[in-house]
Design a protein around this ligand. Sequence first.
Ligand code: SF4
Ligand code: SF4
Length: 234
Amino acid sequence: MADKSFFIDTTMCMACRGCQIACKQWNMNPGTKTVQKGSHQNPEDFSYSTFKLVRFSELEVGGKLRWYFFPDQCRHCTVAPCQVVAESLNVKAITQDKATGAVLFNKKAKVKEKDFKEIRENCPWDIPRWDAKTQGLGKCTMCIDRVKEGLLPACVKTCPTGAMNFGDRDKVLDLAQKRLKEVKATYPKAELLDYESVRTIFLVIDERKNYHKFAAARDVKSIAYFKQLSRVAG
Ligand code: SF4
Ligand code: SF4
């Protein structure tokens, strides 16, 4: 089985949240009780049982109201800072599947809260979550159980517009570059976010920060990730 990747074309997303529901269903995660706080985003953030979240941002740009939709999830990094940090803390809860490249959290492994905090702080996109009751880590699994059977991830299978795509990494990168070229003609600021270092590649047409605080990778250079990497490299 080849290295896999997602391509998420935000220009095609209409924020129906079908991906969010499919993710809950396939992973048998319970619904989250929410309250209306003036945004269509629902729930407010990721949790131990919410791996996929369509983020909404409503901004006035150039005197016009703009909506930005961002179907957020784990990036399945090529070198995963969460894993590097977990290993440096002797936490044996995070692995990378050799065949697909999926970064996997073992829900059964108990992780101390202080270790979880360090792991979360070192994820450039603020993805990992933790459950106080089970002490397990939670996030997107790449639907590895489906993928190993030749099926698409549940979120991709459900998406009715073509915003969510998945497949062999080389083909996904080709598709992403082709689509980037198409939209650049109309939207010169269009870009593929961090595509060389992640397996969840987002196409955006405007400034990253307009979509979501963590659409731009958080700078983790000062903390354990790069220290550990330099130890490995040295
Ligand atoms: S996005 Fe965060 S949680 Fe996902 S693999 Fe990368 S570092 Fe780990
Ligand atoms: S790949 Fe699976 S676990 Fe990950 S966001 Fe999509 S449905 Fe959820």
